[in-house]
Design a protein around this ligand. Structure first.
Ligand SMILES: CC(C)(COP(=O)(O)OP(=O)(O)OC[C@H]1O[C@@H](n2cnc3c(N)ncnc32)[C@H](O)[C@@H]1OP(=O)(O)O)[C@@H](O)C(=O)NCCC(=O)NCCS
Length: 332
């Protein structure tokens, strides 16, 4: 069975920069607390009327296609990871497809939050392995800012998240020891309500929307920060080790770890624990946590900075809502 490889990566972030001191004007928080607890200095927020989840994805996709030396007409299938799709339905995969003039090919939306890009990578990899498709466009795109409680009440969540999009083009690899070596996917639904947005729910009452709902905190993200932190550091380490063991490789073999940018303290802990000093990519200080978009944005920036080169062993790892967690090892 053939392997798949990433032939090109791209990203787009909205122009509007929101600094920690901008947030200080809206809620009881401060730059020092945010930087010390999360590493974040600033993030990007979308501009209504200009950016949509799907058009940010299209911009990232065009960059990935150009770097892969392909055109949109070459793509056979779209896998689109997002938890902030433009509409309740349809998914944003079809909206991006329309924007890019790729009508007719299949478009699959994936809702696995921070692990969504790696889940999508695994799906795309299987389609290429079986020979079903040759060129797949994989997206991670999120607009989180419009769902944040920008008052002191929501400060533990709203200072963390940002908007942006990333893309990767997958193709068959030239050899069995190249490209995506493995993907590892996990979930534990016992923690579903520890990091979630519950409303508007389809099943909590006979109508989805009500006037009271606008006053409810359930329309905003809830995060049990301490619990998420504790689980994240364990699951990240486990799933990276699982990937290494499966491929009979060691931590020293990794050239670059691109973790989901959840929190600088989590990534720095991993860097130390796994002995990967100087080999972990961080950009959370500039973009905050962009959920499903964070890994492809980080990968695209790392690639353009020359940190991902031919034959390098790249490890991707994620943890997030669900809880879900995942990893992948890629021989570039
Ligand atoms: C969210 C997180 C940064 C909070 O850090 P923490 O050290 O756990 O902080 P706590 O929630 O215990 O809060 C400590 C204090 O800071 C306060 N605080 C919370 N948010 C604040 C903010 N934005 N600004 C200032 N103070 C804040 C709390 O009210 C609390 O005050 P108190 O001691 O007077 O009660 C941390 O739990 C975390 O990083 N969790 C993982 C988050 C994550 O990775 N999420 C994404 C997963 S995909």
């Amino acid at each position: 069975m053939r392997n798949s490889r990433i032939a090109g990566v791209g990203h787009y972030v909205p122009e509007r920069v929101v600094t920690n001191s901008d947030l200080e004007k809206l809620m009881d928080t401060n730059d020092e607390w945010i930087q010390e607890r999360t590493g974040i200095k600033e993030r990007r927020f979308f501009e209504p009327g200009k950016d949509t989840n799907a058009n940010m994805a299209a911009r990232a996709a065009r960059m990935a296609l150009e770097r892969a030396d392909l055109e949109s007409k070459d793509i056979d299938f779209i896998v689109y990871a997002t938890i902030s799709a433009d509409y309740m339905f349809p998914g944003s995969g079809v909206l991006m497809q329309r924007e890019m003039g790729m009508e007719g090919i299949g478009a699959l939306d994936i809702r696995n939050a921070c692990s969504g890009f790696i889940y999508g990578l695994s799906v795309a990899d299987q389609f290429i392995k079986t020979g079903m498709y040759d060129n797949i466009l994989l997206i991670g795109s999120e607009i989180q800012s419009s769902g944040l409680d920008m008052t002191s009440r929501g400060r533990n969540v709203s200072v963390i998240f940002g908007d942006g999009a990333g893309a990767a083009v997958l193709q068959p690899a030239s050899a069995s020891d190249k490209g995506i070596l493995s993907t590892h996917l996990h979930a534990d639904g016992n923690f579903a309500e520890e990091l979630c947005v519950i409303e508007p729910s389809t099943s909590r009452r006979s109508v989805r929307m009500s006037k009271e709902l606008f006053e409810s905190t359930d329309i905003y993200g809830y995060m049990n920060g301490n619990l998420v932190f504790k689980h994240a550091i364990v699951r990240f380490s486990e799933v990276i080790k699982e990937a290494l063991q499966t491929n009979k490789l060691n931590e020293e073999d990794i050239d670059l770890l691109v973790p989901h940018q959840a929190n600088l303290r989590i990534s720095s802990y991993l860097e130390k624990k796994l002995g990967l000093q100087g080999k972990v990519y961080h950009n959370i200080m500039r973009y905050g946590n962009t959920t499903g978009a964070s890994i492809p944005i980080a990968m695209s920036e790392a690639w353009q900075d020359g940190l991902i080169k031919e034959n390098n062993l790249i490890c991707l790892a994620a943890f997030g809502s669900g809880f879900t967690w995942a990893s992948s090892l890629i021989r570039w």
